[in-house]
Write a protein that binds this ligand. Structure first.
Ligand code: H79
Length: 423
């Protein structure tokens, strides 16, 4: 059977993007879903919607004419690019991807291609993306745009609006030519270097058309990475399904995307935010398989990042300040997931992320083929006793409170542990 790593290995396929390394090392990205749906906040005509706030136009079957009027009420005067970028920096975030246009079809930037944009159609009249690109770049955060290339519920020829427009009568080629491609070109021309162009839900193009689409856009910014949801296997790194972590280590560059609560776009009645400990565990779990976590927040219609998102992200950043060595620049652990937690790797080192401390304080690292030379706590570098029984390593842990954020121990070793080993 085909193993997971054969399914995605940007190295063995020989098509690894020359600018992929920053992405592999980054490990932690911030995804931001922000559009007109943020103003609706999960409610339309007195009825509450759940799931994904950015889907409300579709869920409530809002006609284009009525949805268009929402723009006239969208005035996010509380938006502050420096605050958002500083929050990302405080959280230990290395890249940010924000929705330039989601399926609703509304451009959150100054677009000459369509009037359905934040500058032309709202009382706000400014371009938040210009400021955000500058604020992130200033802080060394890679900046990128999400762009829904196929779905566009505002356009008669865009994908998937079946309540206003007849699916059978759509001319997708015309939509790509007149809106998606020219808007992507604006985004790739007017906002400086983009770390990532994040495509989503491909459709309406053959493999050859997708290849031509990619080739055309690449010329504008050869260093930008394209997400795999550009379709037809043509991306530079793999995105798994929404809120999915693969069960085994995966070679090559990849990313898991999760949202902080249960919605990508802002929903005022969704308060199910992951705690800092949960975010850290998720981040370590994704890193232990070799990937990046891009965690989403949904700012509201005023332009504010929800209070819990800001607070919990900052706390995550405090943990990363002290434990970042075990995450940034690491790759998948050589110790498979254990009852106590997961591991990440750097050459000659295994970082053991302990979530559940064994009651007797004896930690088992089973079936480890390397020769262990020392074990110590990452914070404080306190040396720990250990012994080896065959291929099992037993480590005597200090006392610490379990169930809070991961406590990390470092196991230094020599020798080649498995085919995945970096040594
Ligand atoms: O941008 C986010 C989603 O809006 C987008 N991808 C992430 C990053 C996405 N597009 N399509 N899908 C996800 C899959 C569609 C899921 C749905 Fe539903 C299930 C659409 C209708 C039922 C979720 C739940 C959205 C509305 C209810």
């Amino acid at each position: 059977a085909q193993t997971m790593d054969e399914m995605w290995d940007t190295r063995s396929s020989g098509k690894e993007h020359p600018n992929i390394q920053w992405f592999k090392d980054a490990k932690f990205g911030l995804f931001i879903h922000w559009g007109l749906y943020a103003k609706l906040a999960g409610e339309w005509k007195g009825k509450r919607y759940y799931g994904s706030g950015e889907w409300i136009m579709n869920q409530a079957r809002i006609p284009v004419a009525e949805y268009k009027a929402v723009a006239q009420t969208f005035n996010p005067v509380k938006f502050n690019a420096d605050e958002w970028a500083q929050l990302a920096s405080d959280a230990g975030i290395k890249y940010m991807v924000i929705t330039a246009k989601h399926h609703e079809g509304f451009a959150m930037y100054n677009s000459k291609v369509s009037d359905f944009n934040i500058v032309a159609a709202t009382p706000y009249k400014k371009d938040p993306m210009k400021a955000l690109a500058a604020a992130t770049t200033k802080r060394g955060i890679q900046f990128g745009f999400y762009y829904s290339q196929f779905q566009d519920w505002y356009e008669p020829n865009g994908g998937r609006n079946t309540w206003d427009f007849e699916e059978g009568k759509k001319d997708y080629e015309k939509y790509y030519k007149e809106k998606a491609v020219p808007q992507l070109k604006e985004l790739m021309t007017n906002y400086g270097p983009l770390g990532i162009v994040w495509f989503d839900t491909p459709g309406g193009m053959t493999k050859e058309q997708t290849q031509a689409f990619v080739d055309d856009l690449r010329k504008l910014q050869p260093k930008s990475l394209f997400s795999s949801r550009v379709g037809q296997g043509l991306g530079d790194y793999k995105d798994f399904g929404d809120s999915e972590v693969p069960s085994t280590p995966i070679k090559g560059a990849w990313e898991s995307i999760y949202t902080h609560n249960d919605s990508w776009g802002y929903i005022k009645h969704d308060m199910n935010f992951k705690t800092p400990a949960e975010i850290i565990r998720l981040l370590a779990n994704v890193a232990s398989k070799g990937g990046n976590l891009m965690l989403n927040v949904g700012p509201d219609g005023e332009g504010r990042i929800p209070e819990y998102s800001a607070k919990f992200l900052r706390e995550t950043g405090k943990w990363l300040d002290k434990n970042g060595e075990s995450i940034y620049g690491s790759t998948y652990g050589l110790v498979p997931a254990q009852p106590w937690g997961v591991s990440t790797s750097k050459p000659g080192k295994q970082y053991l992320h302990v979530v559940n401390r064994p009651e007797n304080g004896r930690l088992l690292v089973p079936g480890f083929n390397g020769t262990v030379s020392k074990v110590y706590s990452l914070i404080g570098k306190e040396a720990l006793e250990f012994k080896t029984e065959g291929n099992d390593v037993w480590i005597t842990l200090p006392e610490f409170e379990s169930g809070s954020a991961n406590t990390v121990f470092v196991m230094e070793y020599s020798g080649k542990v498995s085919d995945y080993d970096l040594n």
